[in-house]
Design a protein around this ligand. Structure first.
Ligand code: PA5
Length: 443
């Protein structure tokens, strides 16, 4: 993979860039020496190269057993406890996976509190053989806890206590949290989320690896890609490293007043990769009234919606394009003798070639419109490349978070809605808050 800064350089203030670049070696030091804020959550830094062979083999074994008896695999989790897995699975599976009949189909729950969603899911599960993973590091998050309580009853009703227990995997903290106690009592297969790896950095732990293996994806290739990127960073912790370049450029643009970053893909299989990226950057940096606002679009789809704003709207944004050099399949535009649709001028070309020209045309149009464009080019969408990208963005997130002078590894802001929700639900210990909110809502 490569970073292309051609379409961002004209916008950069060199003094700002030089200042940020001068901070890069010390920022790597802060990460590797674990001397910065949130330093007890730096386990992801050396995670890829330290993954235990026994753990990988165990995950593969569990996945192989469950795959044999599952038409559907339900991943219950929210935020970092599901987005990484979904990003990789959706990037690598068939776009029409639910229609191909390939088994198991991976579906998600516990990432919302929609009654209708769970109702519809259970109506499907009534008729299918399934197994599930409940994933929560804290073991106490409300959304997955509710989904698990409902689906636990469903799976027990369907298979009986004993068989149901063999179809449930719990992925959680080694000791804390209700989920761990529950898993112990019920004898579920359990994987541990390491203490020093936060949710949004946990895709290369069992949190991501088990669901990804359930989808039949080569988890070793994914890890190998991450190891390559880990080594590349370690070998060159300077401003010339592409990871550092990305971190520096986005921080420089932010310092110049461009407060919104849009991650752009031209492949719909990367939509959930963008979701994972948004969570990683939004939750890591949006603190103390600071941070780049992360957004995403899929082109050319969104060139017919958000494209207008990006080209012509408020000039407070920049783009980061994930450019895929090679499609995984070949499809050419056919020639038609009558040429009634006037497409013969591109007959014989691959769709990906047209897509690529749309990308280059858009990059230049946006540059002309005052939008700096960072391009990250990858040879193809594969497990190996996704592993590289995951580590690339994790390390860049840590670097730019420290340069922004926030703790990239906590998420204190997530608690505010929870507190209000608990108070409104009348949870014990929230009485004062309940009274205050009821007054404000005139209940
Ligand atoms: O990145 C994070 O830490 C969060 O997004 C968490 O992953 C998310 O809140 C879910 O937490 P938990 O795994 O404890 O249920």
């Amino acid at each position: 993979m490569n970073i292309d800064l051609t379409h961002v350089n004209p916008f950069l203030n060199k003094d700002v860039v030089n200042e940020l670049e001068s901070r890069i070696p010390a920022t790597y030091d802060t990460i590797y020496q674990k001397t910065g804020a949130g330093n007890d959550f730096l386990g992801w830094v050396s995670l890829p190269s330290e993954i235990d062979e026994n753990l990988l083999a165990d995950i593969e074994k569990t996945a192989a057993e469950l795959r044999k008896k599952s038409e559907i695999f339900v991943v219950i989790g929210i935020g970092g406890s599901y987005l990484g897995a979904r990003a990789v699975i959706e990037a690598l599976q068939n776009h029409f996976a639910p229609l191909t009949g390939e088994k198991p189909l991976i579906v998600y729950a516990g990432h919302n509190m929609s009654e209708d969603y769970l109702h519809d899911l259970m109506a499907v599960l009534d008729k299918k053989d399934y197994s599930l993973a409940v994933i929560s590091k804290s073991g106490t998050t409300t959304e997955p806890a509710i989904a698990f309580r409902i689906l636990k009853q469903h799976i027990i009703n369907k298979y009986g206590e004993q068989e149901a227990a063999s179809r449930i995997v719990a992925i959680t903290d080694k000791a804390r949290g209700a989920l761990k106690q529950l898993a112990n009592v019920k004898g579920y297969k359990t994987y541990i989320v390491p203490d020093d790896v936060g949710g949004r950095f946990s895709v290369l732990t069992p949190v991501g690896l088990l669901p990804i293996a359930m989808a039949g994806i080569d988890i070793r290739a994914l890890v190998k890609g991450a190891v390559e990127m880990e080594r590349q960073c370690k070998a060159n912790p300077t401003a010339s490293n592409p990871v550092s370049q990305y971190a520096v450029v986005r921080q420089a643009l932010y310092a110049q007043g461009l407060t919104n970053e849009i991650i752009v893909n031209y492949e719909p299989r990367l939509v959930y990769f963008s979701e994972w990226w948004k969570q990683l950057y939004g939750e890591s940096h949006g603190k103390q009234h600071k941070g780049v606002f992360p957004a995403s679009v899929t082109f050319s789809t969104d060139l017919h919606s958000m494209g207008q704003y990006i080209q012509d709207g408020l000039r407070n944004l920049f783009e980061t394009v994930i450019s895929v050099e090679n499609a995984n399949h070949e499809l050419r535009i056919p020639m038609e003798n009558d040429d009634l649709d006037q497409l013969n001028y591109i007959a014989g070309k691959r769709i990906s070639e047209v897509n690529h020209k749309a990308e280059l045309g858009t990059v230049l149009a946006h540059e002309d419109g005052g939008v700096p464009v960072i391009r990250i080019t990858i040879p193809e969408v594969s497990a190996l490349v996704l592993g590289q990208l995951i580590y690339f963005f994790e390390m860049a997130c840590a670097l730019s978070g420290y340069m922004l002078e926030v703790n990239p590894f906590d998420q204190p802001g997530v608690e505010a809605y929870k507190k209000n929700m608990f108070a409104l639900l009348g949870k014990k210990g929230f009485e004062e808050k309940t009274a205050e909110l009821n007054r404000r809502l005139e209940l």
